[in-house]
Design a protein around this ligand. Structure first.
Ligand code: CAO
Length: 444
């Protein structure tokens, strides 16, 4: 074994950049191309991928440090003969994909940086667990788009479907200016054409000097917070939301769940209502495939998904992340409960990989452990629906003769009204309620 010091690669012209995220913990195993840390210039964020397989001995920088090309950033313990090194050929093939020098945030001639730009795009996408699922990316036309990673990232950030953007670069290549012009046209065109109170002529929120009112502190958003802010705004503005409310009587489900406690301790698995919710959503999604679709950006078609992966919002100190439970419909409650706990722990420790957050079909946002009677979740587009769950509470429920104390679980289903109608949502929600109120149906 040998100790290798990793340095900041060529930044393609940027003089210095900030370290905004250390991706690993000391002692972690790292694979070739796994992200070591995330750097941020005033134009872009970029992952620094590991050139070797090995183990992280220590970081030589901290979050918030400013670094420049050649600065040592980490020490890796690697095989003395690192046969896993990133090959020049691989780097060159990436290089070919990178934008023109004038357009790229970092210089294309620097192979490692080309890789960086590509990884940054992947990472940004993954946190939201959404853009990778854009119909565009799933569709055949995604490969036909002639645009570099920097332009694709800008398009994702702005929620622009690149199939609709005419390219003005050589051989029709889409440039950043093309994306910006497209957005400007869309904004001014929408308002001008209608002459009404429509379009996206949204007035800006005033910037206020709060220090005039008292002591303040300006704190930088984490990368996850920035991506979340961007995605929430994109989804809120693009998706016509409707939220439907209901309540499931989970009295029986909860006593069954509690009866599993001793067995759970033996298995090392804690079963919370979330496991039943994931199973119920997966079952309802299979029975209502209309919810397992994504609208294609041109508005002409949709993608019907044949797989059933459920995203689960997890509240972490660094922000909101949505890991995905794969093939949830084919899993039992024990297995789902184990997966929920494992993904939540990985999320809180900041150890989720981009792939852990990709490929979701529908999202569960459970605030049940925290409290509240209800809330209106924002659809995690391009998914069509999200189920918001609040805290179960004992309520008096009329049984035809008397009021009975029943444990009622508040549910809120937000959906994209472009593809889902009230009737579809009503059927979906009614089935969720039925499955939770009588969990024997989950076994059918
Ligand atoms: N009603 C009442 N109690 C509930 C409940 C509900 N709906 N859901 C969970 N609980 C209970 C659990 O049973 C557990 O109690 P016991 O150990 O006594 O059984 C307790 O709350 C703690 O649950 P937990 O949070 O540790 O685990 P979980 O499986 O319920 O949830 C997770 C996992 C990851 C969904 C959750 O921890 C989380 O992060 N939720 C936040 C999601 C979020 O931020 N959504 C908003 C997104 S938009 O801003």
């Amino acid at each position: 074994m040998a100790i290798e010091t990793i340095v900041v690669p060529d930044l393609g012209g940027a003089e210095s950049v900030d370290v905004i995220e250390l991706s690993l913990a000391q002692g972690d195993t790292v694979g070739v191309e796994d992200s070591l840390l995330v750097l941020e210039s005033d134009k872009a964020t970029m992952d620094v991928p590991s050139p070797h397989e090995g183990q992280l001995v220590k970081y030589l920088v901290a979050e918030g440090d400013t670094v420049k090309v050649g600065d040592p950033i980490a020490e890796l313990e690697i095989q003395a003969d690192p046969s896993q090194e990133v090959s020049n050929e691989a780097a060159e093939s990436l290089d070919a994909e990178v934008e023109d020098a004038a357009e790229a945030t970092v210089a294309p001639e620097a192979a490692p940086v080309a890789k960086i730009e590509e990884k940054a795009t992947e990472f940004d996408v993954a946190i939201s667990s959404s853009a990778v699922d854009l119909p565009l990316a799933d569709s055949e036309s995604a490969d036909d788009i002639y645009a570099g990673p920097a332009v694709r990232m800008l398009a994702r950030e702005l929620g622009v479907d690149l199939t609709s953007v005419p390219g003005s670069g050589p051989r029709g290549r889409i440039l950043k200016d093309d994306v910006n012009d497209y957005v400007k046209r869309a904004l001014s065109g929408g308002a001008a054409e209608s002459g009404q109170d429509t379009g996206a002529g949204i007035p800006e929120i005033p910037q206020i000097d709060f220090s005039q009112f008292g002591e303040i502190e300006k704190v930088k958003l984490t990368k996850i917070q920035k991506v979340t802010a961007n995605n929430m705004q994109r989804n809120w503005l693009n998706v016509p939301h409707v939220t439907q409310f209901d309540g499931a009587d989970i009295t029986e489900m909860d006593s069954f769940r509690k009866s599993l406690k001793a067995e759970g301790e033996m298995r090392g698995v804690r079963v919370t209502p979330v496991a039943f919710l994931v199973k119920a959503i997966a079952t309802a999604l299979e029975d209502n495939p209309g919810f397992n679709r994504s609208l294609v950006g041109d508005g002409e078609s949709y993608i019907q998904k044949q797989y059933c992966n459920i995203g689960m919002a997890v509240d972490t100190p660094r922000g909101l992340v949505v890991p995905v439970i794969r093939n949830a419909s084919s899993m039992g409650i024990w297995e789902i409960a184990g997966e929920v706990a494992q993904l939540a722990e990985k999320a809180r420790e900041g150890k989720l990989k981009p792939s852990d957050m990709q490929g979701g079909c529908f999202t569960l946002s459970s605030l049940g452990a925290i409290g509240g009677n209800g809330f209106t979740p924002i659809v995690n587009a391009p998914e069509l629906g999200i189920l918001g769950v609040s805290k179960a509470q004992m309520k008096p429920v009329w049984n035809g003769h008397d009021f009975e104390p029943r444990l009622m679980l508040p549910l809120a289903l937000s959906y994209d009204h472009r593809l889902i109608n009230g009737g579809d949502a009503g059927r979906f929600m009614t089935q969720i309620v039925k499955l939770l109120s009588d969990i024997r149906h989950l076994a059918l």
